[in-house]
Design a protein around this ligand. Structure first.
Ligand code: EPU
Length: 500
């Protein structure tokens, strides 16, 4: 049976057809006019409103681009909706209870649409809607997702979706816990690194599961059910912690997970699981104690604000010597990142669910080391490198989480950044100004980092492969424009496909 990915399910149905997120008159030459029909390709159909079928020749692949003119100071207020890395797992956690789970403040991004499809293929009914209680940009950028989970969900997640959304692996724990059997395609590595699964597997083994690999699938079974165990993670892996918690909540007896990840998104998932009836102690600390229960009930839960998107705006404000207020995410989850902005010369004011970053002069170079939470987030590394590239002095930037995260340094070099990498270190010597050029987004965060670096460059910077940005930022272009940037989204023809 073949399935088509219905990204359009995330598109609002109660606004005029074709009312895309790019305002009229701003589409690039050759792109679809505002009001053009939505297209079916997930990578380019949404949210930009431009896509294949409106100008590209049959022998080329279409590539969405964002063009920014450098020189703007970012000024104004930007609202951040729920965290991608929480919402994806909250959706997976819904599988633990038959019935209707409702998750609010879910970001309107491609990854969420793909997770919706993963759940549909597992037999769930999934619906995305505008939350009537929300207005302004939040209404445009977030959705409420309603997930109706059957008594007997399916047990298989295919490669065609898992390769597009590595986080699909997080259905492993809940399905194994509920059904005693699951087959999930092995996600493989990606542009930021090799990304192993060994800690997921070792932990599930400890809970009594048998795990094998076959034909590109991870197959897990526990015919007699899972049983509580003591697990020590070699590294506080976010994904492994989540999978193991979601498995342990329905295991017989007590599980402890030592060296657990402490990210706010883990706390959010533990909060929802607890609302569902799970017994979890220690969320947000490095030891989680989980007493298994027989069953869980579906709930309504609001996703925690996206600290990485919020951090992106903090660095963008600092780099452009701007003045930006960010609402919707707690500054408490960005303590070290905001400290770096202050060390670079920025002024930061905080409120419980908002903060303001001002920078009145050229930033001063600061060193950055990425670490698991509460350390400096690896997902903000491209922004830290961007800041270093325009700061006065030299910065040493150390990446400790992903082995491929510096891949995007080559693209930054095209903008004139002076970056020398050696293993997991980079020395960045700041320049007063970068130089606009065509560059390519290699992953979500690198893409956002390159667009922001373009704001500090002379002339126009064109970032291609912006489908990466769409995976994690609800409408980056609209937010940039609202903050005073001259920016447009369009498309260019890519290299001819040699196989055609
Ligand atoms: N690792 C292993 N074996 C495992 C698990 C992880 O070797 O069994 C390694 C990974 O290869 C990596 C490191 O441990 O080098 C950290 O991996 P972790 O499991 O913590 O990360 P993840 O769950 O795969 C999530 C986020 C990432 C974010 C990292 C770190 C989601 C969907 N993804 O990935 O987010 O960078 O945690 O905070 O939650 C992004 O949003 O752009 C993104 C990449």
């Amino acid at each position: 049976m073949t399935h088509s990915l219905r990204i359009s399910d995330l598109t609002v149905t109660d606004r005029p057809a074709g009312a895309g997120t790019v305002p009229p008159g701003t589409a690039a030459p050759g792109s679809a006019p505002s009001g053009a029909a939505a297209c079916s390709d997930a990578a380019s159909a949404w949210p930009g409103g431009v896509g294949p079928g409106d100008g590209g020749a049959a022998s080329v692949n279409d590539v969405s681009v964002i063009r920014v003119r450098g020189g703007a100071r970012l000024c104004g207020t930007v609202h951040v909706v729920g965290a991608k890395n929480s919402a994806l797992k909250l959706m997976a956690a819904a599988l633990l209870a038959p019935g209707r789970t409702v998750i609010t403040n879910v970001p309107r991004i491609t990854d969420i649409a793909i997770m919706g499809e993963v759940l549909r293929r597992l037999g769930c009914a999934v619906r995305f809607e505008i939350d009537p209680a929300v207005d302004g940009p939040a209404a445009e950028h977030s959705r409420t997702v309603t997930i109706d989970v059957p008594e007997q969900p399916g047990t298989e997640a295919d490669y065609d979706l898992v390769r597009r959304l590595r986080a699909s692996i997080c259905v492993l724990g809940p399905l194994l816990a509920r059904l005693g059997y699951v087959r999930v395609a092995h996600p493989g590595g990606d542009a930021i690194g090799s990304r192993g699964l060994d800690m997921h597997v070792a932990g599930l083994n400890r809970l009594g599961a048998e795990i094998s690999g076959e034909h590109g699938f991870v197959i897990a079974s526990a015919p007699a059910g899972l049983r509580g165990a003591d697990i020590v993670l070699e590294f506080p892996s976010v994904g492994a912690t989540e999978n193991l918690v979601m498995a342990a909540v329905l295991a017989r007896g007590v599980t402890t997970i030592d060296n657990a990840a402490r990210e706010p998104e883990i706390v959010d998932i533990c909060t929802m699981l607890t609302e569902m009836g799970a017994r979890i102690i220690g969320a947000g600390t490095s030891t989680l104690t989980i007493e298994g229960v027989r069953e869980l009930r579906p709930v309504r839960h609001a996703t925690v604000g996206d600290r990485i998107v919020a951090g992106t705006w903090a660095f963008a404000a600092a780099m452009t010597r701007g003045d930006v207020t960010v609402t919707g995410a707690s500054p408490a989850f960005l303590e070290i990142a905001l400290d770096k902005v202050v060390s670079a010369g920025g002024l930061v004011e905080t409120r419980p669910d908002a903060f303001r970053v001002r920078m009145d002069r050229r930033p001063t170079a600061v060193d950055v080391v990425t670490l698991p939470y509460p350390g400096f987030a690896t997902d903000l590394l491209p922004m830290a490198i961007g800041l270093a590239s325009v700061s006065e002095g030299a910065s040493l930037v150390t990446e400790n989480i992903f082995d491929g995260r510096f891949m995007f340094a080559n693209e930054m070099a095209r903008l004139g950044a002076d970056i020398k990498t050696d293993g997991h270190h980079a020395v960045v010597r700041g320049r007063d100004r970068l130089s606009g050029a065509p560059v390519r987004a290699t992953d979500i965060r690198a893409g956002a980092g390159l667009v922001i670096a373009g704001l500090c460059a002379d002339g126009v910077t064109e970032v291609s492969h912006v489908h990466h940005i769409d995976r994690g930022y609800p409408d980056f272009v609209a937010d940039l424009r609202a903050l005073g940037v001259e920016v447009e989204r369009g498309r260019v023809p890519e290299e001819p496909d040699p196989t055609l």
